[in-house]
Design a binder for this molecule. Sequence first.
Ligand SMILES: *[C@@H]1O[C@H](CO)[C@@H](O)[C@H](O)[C@H]1NC(C)=O
Ligand SMILES: *[C@@H]1O[C@H](CO)[C@@H](O)[C@H](O)[C@H]1NC(C)=O
Ligand SMILES: *[C@@H]1O[C@H](CO)[C@@H](O)[C@H](O)[C@H]1NC(C)=O
Ligand SMILES: *[C@@H]1O[C@H](CO)[C@@H](O)[C@H](O)[C@H]1NC(C)=O
Ligand SMILES: *[C@@H]1O[C@H](CO)[C@@H](O)[C@H](O)[C@H]1NC(C)=O
Ligand SMILES: *[C@@H]1O[C@H](CO)[C@@H](O)[C@H](O)[C@H]1NC(C)=O
Length: 925
Amino acid sequence: MRFTTGRTAGRHSTAFSMLVVLALLAFTLLSAPASAMGVVAFDYGTEWMKVSLVKPGLPFDVVLDRDSKRKIQSAVSFKKWGLDEEILFGTNAYNHATREPKQSFYGLKTLLGRSTSDEDKPYVDLYSSIFGNDVVSSDRGTCSLKRPYEADSKVASLPVLTVEELVGMQLEYAKKLAEETAGERVNPSVASGLSVGVFGGLDAVVIVPAFFNAQERQSIVDAASLAGFRPRLVSDGAAAAVNYAQTRTFAKSEKHLFFDVGSGSVRATVVEFSTKPVVIDSVLSVGTAQKEATVVDVKGVGWERNVGGLRFDLILRDKLAAEFDAKHGQQLGGSIRSNHRAMARLLKEANRVKHILSANDAASSRVESLVDDIDFQTMLQRQDFEDAVTAAGLVPKFTSPIDQALANAGLKLSDINSIVLVGGSTRVPLVQNALREAGIPDSKLAQNVNADEAAVMGAAFYGASFNPQFRMKEIRAYDLIPYAVNLKEADGKEEIIFPAASYQTDQVSRQYDNAKEDFIFELEYDAASQKALGDGKDRSITMVEIQDIDDALKDLKASGQLDQVDTYVNLTISSRPLGTYAVENIVLVIKPKAGGGIAGALKSFFGVSTPKKATTNATATNGTASAGKNETTTGDDADMEGEVEEALSAVPAKDKVVRLTARNIPQNDAGRPLSGDEIKRSKDKLWTMSQAAVRKAAREEARNAIESYLYRVRDLVDDPTYSSVSKAAERDSITTKTEELSAWISDEGETADTSTLKLKRASLESLIKPLETRLSQSKLRAGSFGEFESSLADARAFVAEARKNLTAAIDANLASKYSVAELDSLNATIEKDAEWFEKGKKLQEKRGPSDDPVLLTGEVDTRRRKVNEQIGKIKRRKIAKTRPKKSAKKEEAKKEEARKEEPKKEEPKKDEPKKDEETPRHEEL
Ligand SMILES: *[C@@H]1O[C@H](CO)[C@@H](O)[C@H](O)[C@H]1NC(C)=O
Ligand SMILES: *[C@@H]1O[C@H](CO)[C@@H](O)[C@H](O)[C@H]1NC(C)=O
Ligand SMILES: *[C@@H]1O[C@H](CO)[C@@H](O)[C@H](O)[C@H]1NC(C)=O
Ligand SMILES: *[C@@H]1O[C@H](CO)[C@@H](O)[C@H](O)[C@H]1NC(C)=O
Ligand SMILES: *[C@@H]1O[C@H](CO)[C@@H](O)[C@H](O)[C@H]1NC(C)=O
Ligand SMILES: *[C@@H]1O[C@H](CO)[C@@H](O)[C@H](O)[C@H]1NC(C)=O
């Protein structure tokens, strides 16, 4: 089997070139169409998550957490509440960890895409040391987290959650914050595909470290899809560089190194900035028009995993723990390290101490009742802290990424214009010292004004570039994946399909000639990437089996005609989102051999008799399998359908095109993306948990409502106004009920469900409501009754006058806006109301203030309003309701006759209402 490879930009050219079109300084988008969508970017870090939003009409900024913080702790925690549990995020989750560390998850980024196999053990061990969470293996061999579960409790709890589920919950929370700010929903389907031309909703971009491999990228993409969106991915260095380019112009080419010390890793990214004429590569522009654009080209990356802010915290925590053991170990009868709760509190304290030590030589630490009522107090010296970091061998690891990135880019430090510091931890003196020790002159260091937010802001710009509606200066960004992807055929032949370089290709097409049976190939990182991936890391991304060929050809095989046809398979391997790989658009083309006649079974195989229909029918509509993508939601499928149709009209009708499927056979457990079923199951799981939170919120509200009601009622009983409208016995039973409920709420009420809480409240309300009614009625009564009486007088006067006018009109044979029937009916209503009112009023007058009222003002007002409305409608009428008959003489004659013959008088009147009401006509008496 021969194969050929082609790299195509194809119709995905915009995504393909990673085109980035940016605003010049601020967005002046107020004039953009209302349908313009926005972009939300997520920077999900080990310790912190940041979210930014760009949307026409809104200031371009980070999205604030509910407590108005600019960054959100990457934590999720479960708190038992009555029969349910509450899911906490951000600061709340982080703080709750000091109470229930085993129900709290933090630093999960270190576990994304990791398996429980030996090769990932260092990552799993580091993670377990944070809160002592138990890491277990999922069905796919990836990491799941287990939390304590009380089997006897009624808590609807899910004790084992995958890393993707836990991260997905946090992303969903962040998504909600963004949607609330934007007033628009994140678009679930367009983000990772081609979104140009699709407006409305928010597009999503997720930042990943450049070193993330396919498994890690797929893991965060899976987490994102659980949160209901399909993001683009962009590496942190590229995002920060795009942010940098936003406010600058580059007359000459410049090279800068972005140095980022995060919580979980250190990254260095060499980027070249230049201004070049580029072909406008947009759906909205035609031809090959050229335009000046700023080109952001990532030239090299370097990194060190597992070094960063979190490691500092853990080192400080361990120092604190050691000091505690030294001071109080004997008293405690063991090490504090075995107490997860105390260790969680120490980790929080370590984080606080770290920030003090950034600006001071020493920090005092005090934790009250850390364990067994022991107050812990100590002083930490910055020097001791730095010595511990040095002893852990971390110092050179801060700067080695710089050398690595330079080497990767083939550059020297002297080629670099400046080193731009990004990421909060770059401010730590230790890091600054490490840079100095590595021989980097201060003059080369550029402090970024907003080091913490550079990447997340840049990522939103990056995402905005895919929407032609943003009127912006043009910038093109070429991101970089540091690993090359090799395609290995079953016969051992290899070819690098995605080189490790500035990432300019996101799709590769392959043609396999003479494919007559199902076949496999493997996608793997090339040997040269082994070191970068980390020792012992499996290079395999996935094994792919192209299926359904056997099936498509079985009839030909059975009839012995297989050698009379030529076949080939076309497929594309795409890298969307960036750095994840999927095999798509797989078709098998079967054509009769050149010169060979078509006869017998072959003839029916190709459906020669009805060429057009047969070929259309031959196109199986089975979806393409891909590495974890939900193909049904992308625009690609629709495109594909179109492509096949086109191809069909181009080849002779007798060629048969069959769509095939691909199956992933992961060579390493973590490599398999979540299947559609697994995504659905996880989504159900998250939904179940979120429902518990909804129930909890409802119950809490019901409980609060009782409490505040009780509070109000206690005041009410002593209120003289209420005493005046109540009897002593009533006040007694209210007091008794209030006391009973107060006792109940702080006891059984703690765990009672919402409906019980509501019933309890109603039992008190039923005693209070009558009093409230009496009070409000006594206030409203005089006014309401007075208004009714004066309205009544007006209404009677109106009817009398209207009837007079109508009679006069009839006598003079003139048109009138009234009819006899309506005035009769109005008069009847008025008199009925009057009678009802008089009767009620008499009864009411016999009642005292502490009796329940009989005639309620609400009803009195309603009746008054109804009559007034009816009168108003008649008064506003413009068109006559009755008019003379066309022939006045005839009418006169008829009237004469009617007067003579009394019994006949009523007859025509009865018929009248059945006639068309639209036409004004004379009403006959
Ligand atoms: C298969 O790919 C080749 C080029 O790679 C293209 O010319 C041909 O039209 C494709 N066939 C189908 C059916 O897509
Ligand atoms: C498609 O094929 C099926 C069976 O192979 C047949 O029943 C059906 O009528 C065909 N449809 C068309 C539109 O030719
Ligand atoms: C699609 O593929 C699946 C599994 O490969 C198979 O069971 C199903 O019958 C196929 N459907 C069609 C319409 O070919
Ligand atoms: C794909 O996504 C659609 C829409 O979100 C959903 O209805 C469908 O079940 C998904 N399919 C799979 C296989 O996940
Ligand atoms: C209204 O109806 C009452 C009896 O229902 C009648 O006594 C009275 O004269 C009527 N008034 C007018 C103006 O029609
Ligand atoms: C009755 O007729 C007089 C004189 O045309 C007019 O001023 C008055 O508004 C009329 N009243 C009603 C209730 O139609």
